[in-house]
Design a protein around this ligand. Structure first.
Ligand SMILES: Nc1ncnc2c1ncn2[C@@H]1O[C@H](COP(=O)(O)OP(=O)(O)OP(=O)(O)O)[C@@H](O)[C@H]1O
Length: 620
């Protein structure tokens, strides 16, 4: 049975939306779950407005709208039949759909009145076709804007740098000299100093924050009056950036040079205008900073990156920091990954300058430096993460099966029967960590309760269903009740209740994605959140967007780390199971990671890199 909805779609009982008026190819793709009703409706509306009835073109338009939802900036007409995944939790075989033949499909799109094809000056078309990639025009413009901003900065004379002073500062801050283990960091600092725009890429614990702190000290050593802005895509990431920078160990004089800048979200930096999607700072009114450092750049969408680039003065240094192998932004675009992967022209003048300041090495292109030495975790987690990133499933499975204390593989396909001992261990871990948190919370010890809270985290790929957060959180709740909790759980704000903030609250200084815990105090329960050495405490009645967090999605956990992590993998068929997801999940763990799932699921994830389509990746 189906029920009509306001948008003229039918919502079947299983939740799949069917477009009422869809016929032919569009109906076929809609029925298979590849296109949502809204994709079909947008395509029809575009067709009506532009006088296009060719169903192949309308299919391409609908798939382009759909691609954006799935994180791609455009549609690669020659590859979409191999890369498209149905929405929802199950893989659908899309190979027997009537995919148009790529060459004639591309030709039909190129000839369509809806499409501007290979003519950068054409305007007024909703779609644009460039090198076989079909865009909604707005996204093509954003990509061009990013490309233009990169080109302008690469073509401009480089920043004026006192090279002798730079070399002296590098020698002071990197004691080991150019051949030491930290040579890559030294080089990265030099590149970011010598270029207007640079990308500092690296996995967790590779020293990105340490390098940024050193860079800021070096820049202020060049010019003490430099105005510096620090930003991140989420409030939580911004708070963490600030804390992490404050903790970096620098010689006293250099530490003082760092004083001043505080981190904010990119949105806040750009100055949102109420009721508008525009910002106060844009290409007409640039940000008043000489240096802008963005952390967790992998989470920045193409749209936000375009806005940021137009607002940063071309003669300000922009440093994009992040891990390109992690899950990308929820919105379309994977700009950091694209910038790291895209080919760029050699820059001999930069390479010579690097040699002069004692930071020699292979040629740097596009201002990209990659830190690949892990300083924080060693052993099997690092080996597992490296194998996943490299797409080496055999090595990943070997690391999982190595029987080491830091990587535990609970091989289980259905999560109930096959490995009861493994699941009991998971349960003990969860209950043990929650009890420790509760004890500290009952004592009113905020720092201890917060550190206990981050001792263990249960992560799922899915939100719902047997492998999802909702089900596992309910299981944890039950386990805790069965274990006989210390605190009285009938109270809403019981000590030890783990909290997840679900919306930004600038007034209270808590942000979407923040986790905290309720503690007992003489004044009653308080929700506490980590902020460096001084946690903030808020009366629970003042918080309106929080939930209990016994488990969270891997997406949510991006940008956070925990001592121990347990990951519930969905079956191999889940389209959410990708290499980036597995890598992000595993690298959330500092000490131990436990993977619950099948070898088949691990192999399926590693074999499926997300591969978001974009033109930036092909050439910047
Ligand atoms: N050159 C170095 N020598 C010694 N220790 C280092 C060096 N660089 C970084 N570390 C140490 O490694 C750890 C991780 O460094 P840092 O926090 O800078 O990495 P990160 O890449 O920012 O990590 P994350 O992405 O997880 O925030 C820190 O404890 C830091 O002190």
């Amino acid at each position: 049975m189906s029920v009509p909805t306001a948008t003229g779609a039918l919502l079947a009982e299983d939740g799949v939306r069917f477009a009422v008026r869809a016929t032919g190819l569009l109906a076929e793709f809609n029925a298979r779950g590849v296109l949502a009703a809204t994709d079909v409706q947008v395509a029809h509306r575009l067709g009506r407005l532009g006088g296009e009835t060719d169903e192949q073109v309308l299919l391409a338009a609908a798939l382009t709208v759909r691609a954006l939802r799935a994180g791609s900036v455009c549609l690669d007409l020659s590859a979409v039949d191999r890369t498209v995944l149905a929405e929802g939790d199950e893989l659908v075989d899309t190979s027997d759909l009537r995919w148009p033949e790529p060459e004639s499909w591309t030709a039909a799109c190129a000839a369509s009145p809806l499409v501007a094809a290979d003519d950068a000056t054409a305007t007024g078309h909703p779609l644009r076709l460039v090198d076989g990639l079909l865009y909604l025009d707005r996204y093509w413009r954003q990509e061009e804007q990013v490309r233009g901003a990169l080109a302008t900065r690469a073509a401009a004379p480089p920043p004026v740098v006192d090279e002798a002073r730079l070399r002296a500062a590098l020698d002071r801050l990197f004691r080991g000299g150019p051949d030491a283990t930290d040579a890559a960091q030294r080089r990265a600092v030099a590149v970011c100093t010598l270029r207007w725009i640079s990308v500092l890429a690296g996995g967790p614990g590779t020293g990105k924050t340490t390098t940024v702190a050193t860079l800021l000290a070096v820049l202020r050593d060049q010019d003490p009056s430099l105005r510096i802005a620090l930003a991140a895509p989420t409030g939580k990431a911004a708070a963490r950036m600030q804390e992490a920078l404050a903790e970096v160990d620098l010689p006293p004089g250099d530490r003082e040079r760092l004083a001043g800048p505080s981190a904010s979200t990119i949105h806040r930096l750009l100055g949102p205008i109420r009721g508008s999607s525009r910002f106060r700072f844009d290409r007409h009114r640039r940000l008043p900073y000489d240096v802008v450092v963005v952390d967790e750049t992998s989470m920045v969408s193409l749209t936000l990156m375009a806005r940021l680039l137009e607002a940063v003065r071309p003669d300000a240094r922009l440093v994009l920091v992040g891990d390109p192998d992690q899950l990308a932004s929820v919105e379309a675009g994977a700009v950091l990954g694209d910038l790291v992967a895209a080919p760029a022209d050699p820059e001999p003048h930069l390479d010579h300058a690097l040699e002069r300041v004692g930071a020699p090495g292979p040629p740097v292109t596009g201002g990209v430096t990659v830190l690949d030495r892990t300083w924080r975790f060693h052993g099997t987690i690092a080996a597992l993460a490296a194998a996943i990133r490299a797409g080496d499933a055999d090595a990943a499975v070997a690391a999982l099966r190595a029987g080491q204390h830091d990587v535990v593989f609970v091989e289980d396909a259905d999560l109930t029967v096959r490995d009861p001992a493994g699941l009991r261990a998971l349960r003990d871990e969860v209950v043990g960590a929650a009890s420790e948190t509760e004890l500290a919370a009952l004592d009113g010890d905020a720092p201890l309760a917060l550190s206990r809270l981050d001792e263990h985290r249960l992560l799922c790929a899915h939100r719902r269903g047997p492998f999802g957060v909702t089900r596992w959180a309910a299981d944890v709740e039950r386990w805790l009740l069965e274990a006989g909790p210390v605190a009285d759980r009938d109270e809403e704000w019981y000590p030890g209740r783990p909290l997840l903030v679900t919306a930004n609250d600038h007034d209270r200084g808590v942000y979407n994605g923040d986790t905290g815990v309720v503690i007992a105090t003489p004044k009653g329960p308080r929700a506490v959140f980590a902020r460096g050495n001084a946690p903030i405490a808020i009366a629970p009645s003042l918080l309106d967007a929080v939930t209990t967090v016994h488990a969270m999605t891997v997406h949510r956990a991006q940008g956070s780390q925990f001592a121990r992590v347990s990951v519930i993998l969905p079956p191999a068929e889940s389209p959410l199971l990708t290499r980036e997801l597995l890598y992000t999940a595993v690298t959330r763990a500092r000490v131990t990671v436990r993977l619950v799932g099948s070898e088949e699921a691990v192999r399926a994830a590693i074999a499926r890199p997300i591969g978001r389509a974009s033109g930036l990746r092909r050439h910047r």
